[in-house]
Design a binder for this molecule. Structure first.
Ligand code: G
Ligand code: G
Ligand code: MN
Ligand code: NA
Length: 250
């Protein structure tokens, strides 16, 4: 409850900022997108992780305002990037349900002057509980405008393939548990290869998440993933450093 009260004022008090983590083309090594990740720097409590306040924002409905704010602020940064660099923004399932949510996102884009085709919304399959008409309507409305969708944390939820079959996803983000940690090896490699092969057939982008070593990068590249993300390339950085990463490679 404390977090809720403080979160309400956090935007006004300028305590929230958006960080950006690069998503890299595994063939060319160039940055193809940045994922926007919200950060809360509390003056007394220090940094409060999104896992602690996003659920609160979802429970209270604050996520609608917060989500539109995040999209708007991130889009204002993204207009300074080269035309072909995509902005990826995480979407809460609560946002999908809210009436007018699609319009809120389009308004944020318009306000920032970012073309809809440069936005990709990431939806976590774990939380993709809203498998109904409203979800289809939400996605179609934005897809018509050119917004793309990524299925986030792929492989950790259920009905993943159902969602890919039913909804207009352009990108699959393979969860980092397949890339590093205790459950990786021959089996996880084979799963990544199979997902990458499916992605190629469906003309989808396959992002390998959580790449922390050069060896992991090489493994997923050989498995056929088109894009990679993780600490090996960069952590999420503030807007001015994201811009510098782009300038450094041009
Ligand atoms: O930011 P971090 O790298 O710690 O992310 C932790 C979790 O919080 C992830 O699941 C991420 O998707 C989520 N998250 C981070 N930023 C946002 C955001 O802007 N909106 C939503 N809905 N979730 C976010
Ligand atoms: O759920 P989502 O994929 O949106 O969450 C992104 C989260 O993953 C953020 O908390 C981000 O900081 C984290 N992350 C990004 N790259 C890496 C990585 O290479 N290793 C680990 N352990 N976490 C990462
Ligand atoms: Mn994500
Ligand atoms: Na993820």
């Amino acid at each position: 409850k404390e977090i809720e009260a403080e979160l309400r004022g956090a935007i006004q008090r300028d305590e929230l900022s958006i960080y950006f983590q690069p998503i890299v083309d595994l063939k060319t090594g160039r940055i193809r997108a940045f994922e926007a990740l919200v950060r809360w720097f509390h003056p007394e409590r220090g940094e409060i992780p999104p896992q602690d306040f996003i659920p609160v924002a979802e429970d209270t409905g604050l996520i609608i305002t917060l989500g539109n704010w995040i999209t708007r602020m991130a889009a204002r940064t993204a207009v300074n990037w080269p035309e072909d660099v995509t902005l990826a923004v995480n979407l809460s399932p609560v946002q999908i349900h809210a009436p007018g949510a699609a319009l809120g996102i389009l308004a944020a884009l318009r306000d920032a002057g970012l073309p809809a085709r440069r936005l990709e919304l990431e939806v976590t399959e774990n939380l993709f509980v809203a498998d109904n008409a409203a979800t289809a309507q939400f996605m179609d409305m934005l897809a018509v405008e050119g917004v793309r969708f990524a299925l986030d944390d792929f492989g950790t939820g259920y009905s993943s393939l159902h969602y890919i079959n039913k909804y207009p996803f352009r990108t699959i983000k393979v969860d980092r548990s397949f890339v590093s940690g205790p459950n990786t090896g021959r089996k996880s490699d084979a799963i990544i290869r199979a997902v990458a092969e499916m992605g190629a057939t469906l003309e989808m982008e396959i992002v390998a998440e959580g790449l922390e070593t050069a060896e992991q990068v090489e493994t997923v590249r050989r498995a056929g993933c088109t894009l990679g993300q993780g600490y090996h390339f960069s952590r999420a950085v503030p807007a001015h450093l994201a811009l510098r990463l782009l300038q450094d490679e041009r």
